[in-house]
Design a protein around this ligand. Structure first.
Ligand code: GDP
Length: 526
């Protein structure tokens, strides 16, 4: 066994890797900017929307995103806060990209659940929360938009406790109702911070912090009410938080930068640093062993001039040094990182070193696909569990518009599959020149079509198929289903044979008629 490495251990201890989960419009982009304002931003790799009149963190990469007004890509931002290095990974909010979001959540150690004060837990928040629970990612809750009328604070706590089965433990509590927001009570400090809102939230809000006893004189009724409500709940508890049984709760308004410093303080004191990462065989990879990491996302076209592809790697152990040679887990082949920029965005800064919890962007590493493990040849080989492919719900046949561009079409399809943009299935009856694209949401087809035309110069025709669900088919299922109407068998590149069904009714009638069918559900099926 090799010696533990002191530098990666020390650097890992001051890393926090986080993602914000929320329903679209809850204020994720605004919160990200507010965090950037509070912390010293080191690196950006972003898809945070630019905002008129404010220094937008980064703009969207893809024209498609701008056209549709949605955020498809995820990215990473790195900040320093006190002695910490915080990696904030962006998650796409749209439900059609939940597979991408899942992959990002595989790469973080803590999530911030952002709620709109007027809406509480919305469907996409709930879905993402469930992913965190399933992955064992602890959750900090931030109630946003407290400057506007919304639900009552206790009502929101009740909603979290009942719907998510987590104890709520306030770090801050609002003084003044939504719409009459005056300040934040911090029970641990026995203090209240009153805010003067900065116009438009462009700079940090002016604030004055006083002991709670003094706050009772400044705002008697609001302070008394805050103390009483907050007093009904317990203080944050590191053990139950780490186990996903309690959530530290904060209130604020991202737009006015209120409550954001307290959020960063909570990340500092309660959020875990990168733990040893479990490998496929169950053994954890210590953070102080030689370099290892895995690809959690691939991004194309970040630099229009170069049409390059970037593989985002979450570092799990050891030290990444630009130029180091790595082993590509699935093939055992060497990967040279010399031309691989360690990051990011428009400015293409390169980073010489990265440590557990950090994200490294490897440019044009053509061999890489989402889920792949990389490790240093100087240490023991690593193998992290593969990224599960979600159960697809939408299916379409893809054809190249101009047969003269078949080569580009094939290359494009393979690349999109590696990146996890869509799943690609091959059905024996159709052949591999007309693959079936499978997706969780139809927007994925739109992204694929756009990229085929713009990037691979192979216009693609996509024709929807009349299937709604898929099941894993065993060889005996395959034989039993041969020729059945309303069913098609196709092979996914992970080796699974999928049986595609027109609808739930068709599946049920077949399984009733043939009880020997095994037909297992696929990952994340509901
Ligand atoms: P995202 O879709 O979750 O990234 O949400 P955005 O950050 O784009 O915010 C959605 C809308 O909510 C925008 O119009 C924001 O200006 C607004 N917003 C965000 N935070 C706050 C807040 O604290 N108070 C108020 N009143 N509006 C907010």
């Amino acid at each position: 066994m090799s010696q533990p490495l002191a530098v990666p251990a020390r650097e890992a201890a001051r890393r926090r890797s986080i993602a914000v989960i929320s329903h679209p419009d809850a204020g994720k982009s605004t919160l990200t900017e507010a965090i950037a304002l509070h912390a010293n931003m080191i690196r950006e790799a972003g898809s945070v929307h630019g905002r008129g009149g404010r220094s937008g963190v980064v703009s969207d990469w893809l024209e498609l995103e701008q056209r549709r007004g949605i955020s498809i890509t995820s990215a990473a931002l790195q900040f320093e806060y006190h002695d910490l290095v915080i990696n904030l990974l962006d998650t796409p909010g749209h439900a059609d990209f939940s597979e991408d979001t899942y992959r990002v959540l595989m790469a973080v150690d803590v999530a911030i659940m952002l709620l709109d004060a007027a809406k509480g837990i919305e469907p996409q928040t709930l879905r993402l929360f469930e992913v965190c629970r399933e992955r064992g990612v602890p959750v900090i809750t931030f109630v946003n938009k407290w400057d506007r009328p919304g639900k009552e604070a206790l009502e929101l706590c009740d909603e979290i406790e009942t719907r998510l089965s987590m104890t709520v433990t306030p770090v801050t509590w609002p003084v003044g109702d939504g719409g009459h927001f005056r300040g934040l009570l911090k029970p641990a400090d026995n203090s209240v911070t009153f805010y003067e809102r900065a116009p438009g939230g462009a700079t940090l809000a002016e604030s004055t912090t006083v002991p709670t006893a003094e706050a009772r004189l400044i705002a008697p009724a609001d302070t008394a009410q805050a103390e009483e409500s907050c007093g009904l709940l317990g203080a944050p508890d590191p053990a139950t938080f780490a186990a996903g049984r309690s959530t530290p709760l904060l209130f604020g308004t991202a737009l006015a930068n209120i409550g954001v410093r307290e959020l960063l303080d909570t990340i500092e004191t309660l959020a875990p640093s990168p733990p040893p990462r479990p490998q496929a065989d169950g053994t954890p990879r210590p953070v102080d062993s030689e370099f290892s990491g895995f690809v959690f996302k691939m991004q194309a076209g970040m630099d229009k001039q170069h049409r390059d592809h970037v593989a985002f790697v979450r570092v799990c152990s050891g030290e990444f040094t630009r130029g180091m040679g790595l082993v590509h887990g699935p093939t055992g082949r060497p990967i040279i990182t010399k031309h691989a920029l360690s990051m990011f965005g428009r400015d293409r800064q390169s980073v010489e070193h990265a440590y557990p919890g950090d994200v490294v962007g490897l440019v044009n590493a053509a061999l890489l696909a989402v889920g792949d493990t990389l490790y240093s040849p100087d240490g023991p080989p690593a193998q992290f569990p593969p990224m599960p492919a979600f159960a697809p719900k939408h299916f379409a046949v893809a054809r190249v518009a101009d047969p003269g561009r078949s080569k580009q079409f094939r290359r494009g399809i393979t690349q999109l599959e590696h990146e996890g943009v869509v799943q690609v299935l091959v059905s024996p009856s159709r052949g591999d020149a007309t693959p079936i694209l499978a997706a969780v949401g139809p927007l994925q087809f739109e992204v694929a079509t756009f990229r085929m035309a713009n990037e691979f110069n192979a216009e693609m025709r996509v024709e929807s198929l009349n299937y709604e669900l898929a099941r894993r088919a065993s060889p005996s299922d395959e034989t039993a289903l041969a020729g059945a109407p309303g069913v098609e068998i196709a092979r996914r590149s992970d080796g699974e044979n999928l049986a595609l069904f027109r609808d739930q009714w068709r599946l049920r009638s077949l399984t009733t008629a043939n009880p020997a069918l095994e037909l297992a559900p696929l990952f994340a099926d509901q």
